[in-house]
Design a protein around this ligand. Structure first.
Ligand SMILES: CC(=O)N[C@H]1[C@@H](OP(=O)(O)OP(=O)(O)OC[C@H]2O[C@@H](n3ccc(=O)[nH]c3=O)[C@H](O)[C@@H]2O)O[C@H](CO)[C@@H](O)[C@@H]1O
Ligand SMILES: C=C(OP(=O)(O)O)C(=O)O
Length: 420
């Protein structure tokens, strides 16, 4: 087990470059097995999720190499095999092998995915989609068995819940299905557009990604002809923007698509953070006189649930009480008792609602990262606190933050990684 050791209190300044999006990457890697040729990605983040997905690919005789942000995957000799349950359990996105194996072989057997403990995470909408395409699905002993004996046929599917995972999984399953699948009430996250772009460049016919109606016309062959560059991680970007506003004396956050962050930057501007939004970077000056805000998490283009914890340390500087309504994962509150140990005035007396009141004089403590974004809020608060903060269970943070030690060190933070 690893821990992050932070000597807090140092002001941050300089530049940070955002990596490729975790939530694109973890869908693109399973999607690679739909290709009949080797595929190549660049701007791939160096995160634990990538290594675990490589282990899963390896179990299917799909070779891969990952170096300097470039990931090569060769699925040409793929074989069906039992997937390693430890790797499957290590991340949520292993469920994308349900859609991609179903698309490739017409059947899939996948252990229930793991991932962050952020409350219940059902996959009923994924299953509804697979069944609509003609597959039978049954669950036994923590494993999902999916089989389309008579092949996959296009269908009209209306998602009852707007789900990123179900949208991507249905796209992957439908990409070779006969006819045109119409997916309604689809999620609109930028990572879905990234997946569609990757598949379309290989010959798929996916229209409407980024809107709530996506049409997928099945094609027989997918062949990669060029390298796919992964979009910047808007959640990593939001994390550094909030940290820069809280503890920075001038930080330039580079490699961002500002349009992907509008609901987030709008809230920082509302607080009084004087952001300078440029073409593909955002400059954050030192912040003063911050105002409290109300935040309600929502599917894209709303305020991302994955940013409610990273923005929390900044809210402690606002003059009053800020309120966060977590509508996607109302139980995503495991950062609260840990932040309290560092001196943050934060509570959730109402289900799904978190209140953060102005507080200061944070002091270092030993705290535990229960999940990735809870961990990000602890790291940021540790950087603001006096003394030494130890964030244990750091694997949760390393699961999705590319080169975090290097990036924070370059911003003048004092942070190290150590074995527990
Ligand atoms: C790898 C990845 O991309 N993870 C992201 C993805 O997770 P993930 O794709 O798992 O999240 P979903 O978009 O599916 O979940 C959204 C909401 O729908 C509910 N739901 C979802 C599926 C389903 O079949 N039934 C159902 O009820 C969930 O409980 C949740 O309340 O989107 C989440 C919401 O933006 C983010 O927090 C995660 O970072
Ligand atoms: C919840 C998250 O990730 P995952 O869906 O991979 O568990 C996240 O990135 O905040």
């Amino acid at each position: 087990m690893k821990k992050l050791v932070i000597h807090g209190g140092r002001r941050l300044s300089g530049e940070v470059t955002i990596g490729g999006a975790k939530n694109s990457t973890v869908a693109l890697i399973p999607a690679a097995i739909l290709a009949e040729t080797p595929v190549k990605f660049d701007s791939v983040p160096d995160i634990l999720d990538v290594y675990n997905l490589q282990a899963i690919l390896n179990s299917m005789n799909v070779t891969s190499t990952f170096e300097g942000g470039e990931l090569m995957i060769d699925p040409t000799d793929i074989v069906e095999s039992e997937l390693p349950s430890t790797a499957i359990k290590s991340l949520r996105a292993s469920y994308y092998f349900m859609g991609s194996l179903l698309g490739r072989f017409g059947r899939a057997t996948v252990t229930f995915p793991g991932g962050d403990n952020i409350g219940p995470r059902p996959i009923d909408q994924h299953i509804k989609g697979f069944e609509a395409l003609g597959a039978t699905v049954h669950e036994e002993n923590d494993t999902v068995f999916i089989n389309a004996e008579n092949g996959l046929k296009a269908a009209r599917i209306f998602l009852d819940v707007v789900s990123v995972g179900a949208t991507m999984n249905i796209i992957m399953a439908a990409v070779h299905a006969e006819g045109t699948t119409v997916l309604e009430n689809a999620a609109r996250e930028p990572e879905i557009i990234d997946l569609a772009t990757f598949l379309n460049n290989m010959g798929a016919q996916i229209r409407g990604a980024g809107t709530d109606v996506i049409r997928i016309t099945g094609v027989e062959h997918l062949e990669s002809k060029n390298t796919h560059t992964i979009i910047p991680d808007r959640i990593e970007a939001g994390t550094y923007l909030a940290l820069a506003a809280a503890q920075g004396d001038g930080v330039l956050v580079k490699n961002v698509i500002p349009e992907h962050l509008e609901s987030f930057t709008a809230k920082l501007l509302e607080m009084g953070v004087k952001l300078d939004v440029r073409e593909d970077s955002i400059y954050v000056p030192k912040s003063v006189d911050l105002q409290p805000i109300h935040v309600k998490t929502a599917p894209f283009p709303g305020f991302a649930t994955d940013l409610q914890q990273p923005v929390t340390p900044l809210l402690t500087l606002a003059g009053g009480t800020s309120v966060i309504q977590e509508t996607i994962y109302p139980e995503r509150t495991r950062h609260i008792p840990e932040l309290q140990k560092l001196g943050v005035d934060i509570s959730n007396n109402t289900y799904g609602q978190i209140e953060v009141t102005q507080s200061s004089d944070f002091h270092g403590a030993r705290v535990s990262a229960a999940e990735i974004r809870a961990g990000a809020s602890l790291v940021a608060t540790g950087l603001m606190a006096d003394g030494v903060t130890e964030v244990v269970n750091a694997e949760h943070v390393l699961r999705g933050y590319d080169h975090i030690i290097h990036k924070l060190t370059m911003l003048n933070a004092d942070i190290q990684i150590a074995e527990e």
